[in-house]
Design a protein around this ligand. Sequence first.
Ligand code: KIV
Ligand code: ZN
Length: 395
Amino acid sequence: MSDNQNQPRVYIFDTTLRDGEQSPGCSMTVPEKLRMAAKLVDLGVDIMEAGFPIASEGDFEAVQKVSEQFPMVRVAALSRATKGDVERAAAALDKAKAPRIHTFIATSDIHLEFKLKKSRQQVLEDAIRAVELARKYVDDVEFSAEDATRTDIEYLEQISQAVVAAGARTVNLPDTVGFSVPEDYSERIARIARLLGDSAIVSVHCHDDLGLAVANSLAAVKAGARQIECTMNGIGERAGNCSLEEVVMVMKTRQDYYPYQTQIVSKELYPASQMLSSIITFGPQPNKAIVGANAFAHEAGIHQDGYLKNKSTYEIIDPQSVGVPAGKLILGKHSGRHALKERVKELGFEELTKEQLDMVYKCFTNAADNKKGFTNEEITEFIETALEKTAEKVS
Ligand code: KIV
Ligand code: ZN
Protein backbone atom coordinates (compact mmCIF):
# COMPACT_ATOMS: atom_id res chain seq x y z
CA MET A 1 0.00 0.00 0.00
CA SER A 2 2.94 2.32 0.48
CA ASP A 3 4.72 3.83 -2.52
CA ASN A 4 8.05 3.18 -0.88
CA GLN A 5 8.97 -0.37 -1.77
CA ASN A 6 12.14 -0.10 0.32
CA GLN A 7 10.25 0.14 3.56
CA PRO A 8 10.10 -2.94 5.78
CA ARG A 9 7.05 -5.05 5.02
CA VAL A 10 4.51 -5.83 7.74
CA TYR A 11 2.39 -8.91 7.05
CA ILE A 12 -1.30 -8.73 7.83
CA PHE A 13 -2.64 -11.96 9.31
CA ASP A 14 -6.40 -11.73 9.39
CA THR A 15 -8.20 -13.81 11.99
CA THR A 16 -11.75 -12.49 11.46
CA LEU A 17 -12.84 -15.99 10.44
CA ARG A 18 -11.29 -17.65 13.52
CA ASP A 19 -10.72 -15.44 16.61
CA GLY A 20 -13.40 -13.04 15.38
CA GLU A 21 -15.85 -15.77 14.56
CA GLN A 22 -15.52 -17.47 17.94
CA SER A 23 -16.89 -14.45 19.84
CA PRO A 24 -20.55 -13.90 20.82
CA GLY A 25 -22.85 -12.90 17.97
CA CYS A 26 -20.19 -13.55 15.33
CA SER A 27 -20.52 -17.20 14.38
CA MET A 28 -20.55 -17.80 10.63
CA THR A 29 -21.69 -20.64 8.46
CA VAL A 30 -19.35 -22.08 5.83
CA PRO A 31 -21.01 -20.12 2.95
CA GLU A 32 -20.78 -16.94 5.06
CA LYS A 33 -17.09 -17.55 5.71
CA LEU A 34 -16.54 -18.02 1.99
CA ARG A 35 -18.31 -14.73 1.24
CA MET A 36 -16.19 -12.91 3.78
CA ALA A 37 -13.03 -14.65 2.59
CA ALA A 38 -13.60 -13.26 -0.92
CA LYS A 39 -13.69 -9.74 0.54
CA LEU A 40 -10.54 -10.38 2.57
CA VAL A 41 -8.81 -11.44 -0.65
CA ASP A 42 -9.90 -8.15 -2.30
CA LEU A 43 -8.56 -6.36 0.75
CA GLY A 44 -5.15 -7.92 0.22
CA VAL A 45 -4.56 -9.70 3.54
CA ASP A 46 -1.39 -11.82 3.49
CA ILE A 47 -2.65 -14.69 5.63
CA MET A 48 -6.21 -15.65 6.40
CA GLU A 49 -6.94 -17.83 9.43
CA ALA A 50 -10.06 -19.68 8.34
CA GLY A 51 -10.83 -21.77 11.42
CA PHE A 52 -9.89 -24.26 14.12
CA PRO A 53 -10.49 -27.61 12.39
CA ILE A 54 -10.58 -29.80 15.52
CA ALA A 55 -13.27 -27.56 17.04
CA SER A 56 -16.11 -28.55 14.68
CA GLU A 57 -17.02 -30.07 11.32
CA GLY A 58 -17.96 -26.58 10.16
CA ASP A 59 -14.52 -25.21 11.00
CA PHE A 60 -12.86 -28.15 9.24
CA GLU A 61 -14.96 -27.58 6.13
CA ALA A 62 -14.38 -23.83 6.24
CA VAL A 63 -10.59 -24.26 6.24
CA GLN A 64 -10.87 -26.84 3.47
CA LYS A 65 -13.14 -24.77 1.23
CA VAL A 66 -11.45 -21.41 1.84
CA SER A 67 -8.07 -22.90 0.96
CA GLU A 68 -9.45 -24.61 -2.15
CA GLN A 69 -11.37 -21.59 -3.42
CA PHE A 70 -8.74 -18.94 -2.64
CA PRO A 71 -5.39 -20.41 -3.66
CA MET A 72 -3.96 -16.90 -4.09
CA VAL A 73 -3.84 -16.34 -0.33
CA ARG A 74 -2.02 -18.15 2.47
CA VAL A 75 -4.57 -19.96 4.63
CA ALA A 76 -3.90 -20.82 8.27
CA ALA A 77 -5.59 -23.46 10.41
CA LEU A 78 -5.37 -23.29 14.20
CA SER A 79 -4.44 -26.26 16.36
CA ARG A 80 -3.51 -26.79 19.97
CA ALA A 81 -0.09 -28.36 20.50
CA THR A 82 -1.40 -31.93 20.37
CA LYS A 83 -1.08 -34.72 17.82
CA GLY A 84 -4.85 -34.91 17.13
CA ASP A 85 -5.19 -31.18 16.60
CA VAL A 86 -2.17 -30.88 14.32
CA GLU A 87 -3.29 -33.84 12.22
CA ARG A 88 -6.79 -32.41 11.88
CA ALA A 89 -5.43 -29.02 10.82
CA ALA A 90 -3.13 -30.72 8.30
CA ALA A 91 -6.05 -32.74 6.87
CA ALA A 92 -8.18 -29.60 6.45
CA LEU A 93 -5.29 -27.91 4.62
CA ASP A 94 -4.58 -30.93 2.45
CA LYS A 95 -5.45 -29.22 -0.85
CA ALA A 96 -4.22 -25.76 0.07
CA LYS A 97 -1.70 -24.12 -2.24
CA ALA A 98 -0.16 -22.06 0.56
CA PRO A 99 -1.00 -23.76 3.86
CA ARG A 100 0.06 -22.69 7.33
CA ILE A 101 -0.43 -24.70 10.51
CA HIS A 102 -0.75 -22.39 13.50
CA THR A 103 -0.15 -24.33 16.67
CA PHE A 104 -0.32 -22.89 20.17
CA ILE A 105 0.07 -23.67 23.83
CA ALA A 106 -0.16 -21.44 26.89
CA THR A 107 3.16 -20.51 28.48
CA SER A 108 2.29 -18.33 31.49
CA ASP A 109 2.53 -19.85 34.96
CA ILE A 110 -1.12 -18.92 35.58
CA HIS A 111 -2.23 -21.05 32.62
CA LEU A 112 0.24 -23.83 33.38
CA GLU A 113 -0.90 -24.15 36.99
CA PHE A 114 -4.67 -23.69 36.65
CA LYS A 115 -5.53 -24.69 33.09
CA LEU A 116 -2.96 -27.13 31.76
CA LYS A 117 -1.65 -28.51 35.05
CA LYS A 118 1.71 -29.03 33.40
CA SER A 119 5.27 -28.02 34.20
CA ARG A 120 7.27 -25.60 32.05
CA GLN A 121 9.37 -28.54 30.84
CA GLN A 122 6.26 -30.48 29.74
CA VAL A 123 4.87 -27.47 27.87
CA LEU A 124 8.22 -26.91 26.19
CA GLU A 125 8.26 -30.54 25.03
CA ASP A 126 4.63 -30.36 23.81
CA ALA A 127 5.45 -27.23 21.81
CA ILE A 128 8.52 -28.77 20.17
CA ARG A 129 6.66 -31.98 19.34
CA ALA A 130 3.72 -30.12 17.82
CA VAL A 131 5.94 -27.96 15.64
CA GLU A 132 7.99 -30.95 14.48
CA LEU A 133 4.82 -32.85 13.62
CA ALA A 134 3.31 -29.88 11.78
CA ARG A 135 6.50 -29.52 9.75
CA LYS A 136 5.98 -33.07 8.46
CA TYR A 137 2.85 -31.79 6.70
CA VAL A 138 3.66 -28.18 5.74
CA ASP A 139 6.69 -25.91 5.42
CA ASP A 140 4.99 -22.94 6.99
CA VAL A 141 4.42 -23.41 10.72
CA GLU A 142 3.52 -20.70 13.19
CA PHE A 143 3.84 -21.18 16.93
CA SER A 144 1.91 -19.06 19.45
CA ALA A 145 2.86 -18.80 23.10
CA GLU A 146 -0.60 -18.15 24.49
CA ASP A 147 -0.65 -15.54 27.27
CA ALA A 148 2.89 -14.52 26.29
CA THR A 149 2.57 -11.14 27.97
CA ARG A 150 2.16 -12.79 31.38
CA THR A 151 4.88 -15.37 30.75
CA ASP A 152 8.26 -15.31 32.46
CA ILE A 153 10.50 -13.61 29.88
CA GLU A 154 13.37 -16.08 30.20
CA TYR A 155 11.02 -19.00 29.67
CA LEU A 156 9.48 -17.18 26.71
CA GLU A 157 12.96 -16.81 25.22
CA GLN A 158 13.70 -20.47 25.79
CA ILE A 159 10.48 -21.70 24.16
CA SER A 160 10.76 -19.24 21.26
CA GLN A 161 14.26 -20.45 20.42
CA ALA A 162 13.24 -24.09 20.80
CA VAL A 163 10.24 -23.89 18.45
CA VAL A 164 12.31 -22.13 15.81
CA ALA A 165 14.92 -24.88 16.09
CA ALA A 166 12.04 -27.36 15.65
CA GLY A 167 10.99 -25.67 12.41
CA ALA A 168 8.61 -22.79 13.20
CA ARG A 169 8.94 -19.85 10.82
CA THR A 170 6.76 -17.46 12.76
CA VAL A 171 6.68 -16.96 16.52
CA ASN A 172 3.57 -15.20 17.74
CA LEU A 173 3.52 -13.58 21.18
CA PRO A 174 -0.14 -12.95 21.95
CA ASP A 175 -1.42 -10.51 24.52
CA THR A 176 -4.21 -13.02 25.04
CA VAL A 177 -5.97 -11.17 27.85
CA GLY A 178 -5.26 -7.61 26.68
CA PHE A 179 -3.11 -6.96 29.75
CA SER A 180 -0.08 -5.36 28.15
CA VAL A 181 0.73 -1.68 27.61
CA PRO A 182 2.85 -0.38 24.71
CA GLU A 183 6.09 0.13 26.69
CA ASP A 184 5.91 -3.30 28.30
CA TYR A 185 4.93 -5.08 25.08
CA SER A 186 7.61 -3.42 22.98
CA GLU A 187 10.35 -4.39 25.47
CA ARG A 188 9.22 -8.00 25.36
CA ILE A 189 8.96 -8.06 21.57
CA ALA A 190 12.36 -6.38 21.14
CA ARG A 191 13.97 -9.03 23.34
CA ILE A 192 12.52 -11.92 21.37
CA ALA A 193 13.16 -10.23 17.99
CA ARG A 194 16.80 -9.67 18.96
CA LEU A 195 17.13 -13.26 20.06
CA LEU A 196 15.58 -14.78 16.93
CA GLY A 197 17.16 -12.39 14.41
CA ASP A 198 16.42 -13.53 10.85
CA SER A 199 15.56 -17.08 11.87
CA ALA A 200 11.81 -16.33 12.25
CA ILE A 201 9.20 -13.61 11.91
CA VAL A 202 7.97 -12.24 15.21
CA SER A 203 4.22 -11.78 15.23
CA VAL A 204 1.80 -9.93 17.49
CA HIS A 205 -1.76 -10.73 18.43
CA CYS A 206 -3.39 -8.24 20.77
CA HIS A 207 -6.74 -8.27 22.52
CA ASP A 208 -8.46 -5.04 23.39
CA ASP A 209 -9.46 -5.49 27.04
CA LEU A 210 -7.80 -2.18 27.99
CA GLY A 211 -8.47 -0.53 24.63
CA LEU A 212 -4.77 -0.81 23.69
CA ALA A 213 -4.74 -3.54 21.04
CA VAL A 214 -3.88 -1.19 18.17
CA ALA A 215 -1.36 0.82 20.21
CA ASN A 216 0.31 -2.36 21.45
CA SER A 217 0.50 -3.83 17.94
CA LEU A 218 2.11 -0.66 16.59
CA ALA A 219 4.60 -0.51 19.48
CA ALA A 220 5.49 -4.11 18.71
CA VAL A 221 6.12 -3.34 15.04
CA LYS A 222 8.49 -0.55 16.08
CA ALA A 223 10.25 -3.08 18.29
CA GLY A 224 10.79 -5.54 15.43
CA ALA A 225 7.55 -7.51 14.92
CA ARG A 226 6.71 -8.02 11.24
CA GLN A 227 3.32 -9.73 11.39
CA ILE A 228 0.16 -8.26 12.92
CA GLU A 229 -2.78 -10.52 13.70
CA CYS A 230 -6.02 -8.57 13.55
CA THR A 231 -9.69 -8.67 12.57
CA MET A 232 -12.11 -6.53 10.59
CA ASN A 233 -14.14 -4.22 12.83
CA GLY A 234 -11.91 -5.45 15.69
CA ILE A 235 -14.20 -8.39 16.45
CA GLY A 236 -12.87 -11.20 18.63
CA GLU A 237 -12.87 -12.71 22.10
CA ARG A 238 -14.28 -10.38 24.82
CA ALA A 239 -13.35 -6.78 23.89
CA GLY A 240 -12.07 -8.00 20.53
CA ASN A 241 -8.79 -8.10 18.64
CA CYS A 242 -6.62 -5.41 17.13
CA SER A 243 -8.75 -3.74 14.48
CA LEU A 244 -7.33 -4.30 10.99
CA GLU A 245 -8.69 -1.06 9.54
CA GLU A 246 -7.28 1.01 12.39
CA VAL A 247 -3.80 -0.47 12.55
CA VAL A 248 -3.39 -0.29 8.77
CA MET A 249 -4.63 3.30 8.52
CA VAL A 250 -2.37 4.46 11.35
CA MET A 251 0.61 3.12 9.41
CA LYS A 252 -0.62 4.74 6.21
CA THR A 253 -1.53 8.09 7.75
CA ARG A 254 1.48 8.43 10.07
CA GLN A 255 4.31 7.23 7.86
CA ASP A 256 6.52 9.68 9.76
CA TYR A 257 6.23 7.40 12.80
CA TYR A 258 5.51 4.07 11.11
CA PRO A 259 7.58 3.81 7.92
CA TYR A 260 6.36 0.32 7.01
CA GLN A 261 4.43 -1.05 4.09
CA THR A 262 1.53 -3.47 3.94
CA GLN A 263 -0.28 -4.90 0.95
CA ILE A 264 -3.72 -3.78 2.11
CA VAL A 265 -5.90 -2.06 -0.51
CA SER A 266 -7.32 0.65 1.70
CA LYS A 267 -10.35 1.43 -0.46
CA GLU A 268 -11.60 -2.08 0.29
CA LEU A 269 -11.72 -1.42 4.06
CA TYR A 270 -15.22 0.00 4.24
CA PRO A 271 -16.75 -2.59 1.86
CA ALA A 272 -15.13 -5.38 3.93
CA SER A 273 -16.48 -3.86 7.14
CA GLN A 274 -19.97 -3.58 5.64
CA MET A 275 -19.84 -7.16 4.40
CA LEU A 276 -18.88 -8.40 7.87
CA SER A 277 -21.68 -6.38 9.49
CA SER A 278 -24.19 -7.94 7.11
CA ILE A 279 -23.04 -11.44 8.10
CA ILE A 280 -22.70 -11.20 11.90
CA THR A 281 -25.27 -9.81 14.33
CA PHE A 282 -23.80 -6.34 14.84
CA GLY A 283 -21.94 -3.60 13.03
CA PRO A 284 -19.21 -1.33 14.34
CA GLN A 285 -20.31 1.33 16.84
CA PRO A 286 -21.17 4.63 15.08
CA ASN A 287 -18.07 6.39 16.41
CA LYS A 288 -15.70 3.55 15.43
CA ALA A 289 -12.59 4.90 13.70
CA ILE A 290 -12.40 4.45 9.90
CA VAL A 291 -15.56 2.35 9.38
CA GLY A 292 -18.15 3.71 11.86
CA ALA A 293 -21.20 5.59 10.52
CA ASN A 294 -19.94 8.83 12.10
CA ALA A 295 -16.26 8.39 11.27
CA PHE A 296 -16.46 11.08 8.58
CA ALA A 297 -19.59 12.95 9.71
CA HIS A 298 -19.40 16.56 10.91
CA GLU A 299 -22.10 18.23 12.97
CA ALA A 300 -20.58 21.10 14.98
CA GLY A 301 -21.08 24.45 13.21
CA ILE A 302 -17.44 25.49 13.54
CA HIS A 303 -16.30 22.14 12.14
CA GLN A 304 -18.78 22.29 9.26
CA ASP A 305 -17.69 25.81 8.37
CA GLY A 306 -14.00 24.79 8.35
CA TYR A 307 -14.72 21.58 6.44
CA LEU A 308 -16.68 23.44 3.76
CA LYS A 309 -13.79 25.88 3.33
CA ASN A 310 -11.21 23.11 3.17
CA LYS A 311 -11.75 19.45 4.11
CA SER A 312 -8.28 19.11 5.59
CA THR A 313 -9.31 21.37 8.48
CA TYR A 314 -11.24 18.52 10.07
CA GLU A 315 -10.44 15.39 8.06
CA ILE A 316 -7.12 13.55 8.28
CA ILE A 317 -8.16 10.76 5.90
CA ASP A 318 -9.98 11.09 2.59
CA PRO A 319 -13.12 8.97 3.17
CA GLN A 320 -12.96 7.72 -0.41
CA SER A 321 -9.47 6.33 0.20
CA VAL A 322 -11.01 3.81 2.62
CA GLY A 323 -14.05 3.18 0.41
CA VAL A 324 -16.52 5.42 2.27
CA PRO A 325 -18.67 7.19 -0.35
CA ALA A 326 -18.09 10.78 0.93
CA GLY A 327 -17.79 12.83 4.11
CA LYS A 328 -21.16 13.71 5.62
CA LEU A 329 -22.39 16.96 7.07
CA ILE A 330 -25.00 16.28 9.71
CA LEU A 331 -27.64 18.91 10.24
CA GLY A 332 -28.40 19.02 13.96
CA LYS A 333 -28.53 21.50 16.79
CA HIS A 334 -24.77 22.15 16.62
CA SER A 335 -24.79 23.04 12.94
CA GLY A 336 -24.26 26.55 11.63
CA ARG A 337 -25.56 28.61 8.71
CA HIS A 338 -22.80 27.55 6.35
CA ALA A 339 -23.78 23.87 6.40
CA LEU A 340 -27.48 24.70 6.17
CA LYS A 341 -26.86 26.94 3.15
CA GLU A 342 -24.93 24.11 1.44
CA ARG A 343 -27.76 21.64 2.12
CA VAL A 344 -30.36 24.09 0.81
CA LYS A 345 -28.32 24.37 -2.41
CA GLU A 346 -27.96 20.59 -2.66
CA LEU A 347 -31.74 20.30 -2.36
CA GLY A 348 -32.09 22.49 -5.45
CA PHE A 349 -33.07 25.83 -3.87
CA GLU A 350 -30.14 27.80 -5.24
CA GLU A 351 -31.72 31.19 -5.38
CA LEU A 352 -33.05 31.63 -1.87
CA THR A 353 -32.72 35.25 -0.76
CA LYS A 354 -30.87 36.15 2.42
CA GLU A 355 -34.24 36.85 4.09
CA GLN A 356 -35.60 33.42 3.08
CA LEU A 357 -32.45 31.70 4.23
CA ASP A 358 -32.68 33.51 7.58
CA MET A 359 -36.24 32.22 7.93
CA VAL A 360 -35.19 28.66 7.19
CA TYR A 361 -32.35 28.98 9.69
CA LYS A 362 -34.79 30.27 12.34
CA CYS A 363 -37.22 27.36 11.82
CA PHE A 364 -34.28 24.99 11.90
CA THR A 365 -32.74 26.31 15.14
CA ASN A 366 -36.17 26.47 16.86
CA ALA A 367 -36.76 22.81 16.13
CA ALA A 368 -33.17 21.64 16.57
CA ASP A 369 -33.02 21.55 20.36
CA ASN A 370 -35.46 18.69 20.53
CA LYS A 371 -34.12 16.67 17.58
CA LYS A 372 -31.18 14.40 16.94
CA GLY A 373 -30.84 15.55 13.34
CA PHE A 374 -32.89 16.51 10.28
CA THR A 375 -33.81 14.63 7.15
CA ASN A 376 -33.79 16.28 3.75
CA GLU A 377 -37.61 16.16 3.76
CA GLU A 378 -37.75 18.16 6.98
CA ILE A 379 -35.32 20.77 5.65
CA THR A 380 -37.41 20.99 2.47
CA GLU A 381 -40.50 21.70 4.59
CA PHE A 382 -38.69 24.59 6.30
CA ILE A 383 -37.71 25.97 2.90
CA GLU A 384 -41.25 25.69 1.56
CA THR A 385 -42.62 27.45 4.64
CA ALA A 386 -40.11 30.27 4.14
CA LEU A 387 -41.02 30.51 0.45
CA GLU A 388 -44.76 30.65 1.26
CA LYS A 389 -44.29 33.33 3.92
CA THR A 390 -42.24 35.56 1.68
CA ALA A 391 -44.73 35.05 -1.17
CA GLU A 392 -47.59 36.13 1.16
CA LYS A 393 -45.66 39.29 2.02
CA VAL A 394 -45.23 40.23 -1.63
CA SER A 395 -48.91 39.67 -2.60
O1 KIV B 1 -5.46 -14.77 21.99
C1 KIV B 1 -4.75 -15.76 21.77
O2 KIV B 1 -3.80 -16.08 22.50
C2 KIV B 1 -5.08 -16.58 20.60
C3 KIV B 1 -4.09 -17.64 20.21
C4 KIV B 1 -4.76 -18.91 19.87
C5 KIV B 1 -3.24 -17.13 19.10
O3 KIV B 1 -6.06 -16.34 19.95
ZN1 ZN C 1 -6.83 -14.29 20.36
